[in-house]
Design a protein around this ligand. Structure first.
Ligand SMILES: C[S@@+](CC[C@H](N)C(=O)[O-])C[C@H]1O[C@@H](n2cnc3c(N)ncnc32)[C@H](O)[C@@H]1O
Length: 214
């Protein structure tokens, strides 16, 4: 689900060149398995933004089958990536895909609950990509701010949550807890004195955050 109009998505989809090679097959594999991965427009954004940021160390919460980690590793050939996935079957697939691309030396796959991992982790990261359990985003954010290197950026995917934060028509009652938490998180982050943040209506909504206090 995108937060922009379908006709805009269709136009953008044909505007960019067709992906090729391993990532094309990996996206097709994820789709065939019904595994959600980053939207093509989010991938385009990351391909532009990550080299600009020059990140050397990346933390990703939510590996799935390794698509976004693989594409970030390609965008930043010198970066080390730590990526955390709870589902052991998805992690097995991700490991295979990292090995097939000779990336296993610089993509460190952790099979764990992302919140538990990040609360114990002592790493320092230039870029933190949050794409795991939406109901845990507040915990992920609190801990990510602790682990962010000076000048680093946090990116949260799906913050507009299929349009549910903005539209009563799209809102689903059973998602009320996640919607409430995401609304609270956006409200707080966008008003925090120690943060600079913005929301981009790309894919399902991206929240970008950096610290102003080092
Ligand atoms: C949207 S997918 C990640 C997609 C991936 N970043 C990509 O674009 O290729 C979210 C993943 O988070 C995982 N996940 C859900 N809850 C989790 C948790 N508590 N800890 C770690 N991973 C979790 C899911 O199993 C799923 O594979």
């Amino acid at each position: 689900m995108h937060v922009t109009e379908p006709f805009i998505e269709d136009y953008l989809a044909q505007l960019f060149p067709e992906p090729a090679g391993y990532l094309k097959d990996l996206r097709a594999f994820a789709e065939a398995e019904g595994v959600p991965i980053i939207d093509v427009q989010v991938e385009n954004f990351l391909n532009f933004f990550l080299p600009l940021l020059g990140a050397k160390s990346i933390l990703e919460l939510g590996t799935a089958v390794g698509y976004s980690a693989s594409m970030m590793a390609r965008a930043l050939p010198d970066a080390e990536i730590t990526t955390v996935e709870l589902d052991p079957d998805r992690a097995v697939n991700a490991r295979t895909h990292f090995q097939n691309q000779n990336m296993e030396d610089r993509i460190h796959l952790i099979v764990a609950d992302a919140a538990e991992f990040i609360q114990k982790d002592e790493g320092s990261y230039d870029f933190i990509f949050i794409d795991a359990a939406k109901g845990q985003y507040e915990i992920y954010l609190r801990e990510s701010l602790r682990r962010l290197a000076p000048g680093g950026v946090i990116l949260m995917d799906n913050v507009l949550f299929h349009g549910m934060l903005a539209s009563k028509k799209l809102f689903k009652r059973r998602k009320i807890t996640i919607v409430k938490r995401l609304k609270r998180l956006l409200y707080r982050v966008l008003r925090a004195d120690n943060l600079s943040a913005t929301v981009l209506p790309v894919g399902d909504g991206l929240l970008l955050i950096r610290r102003l206090d080092g």
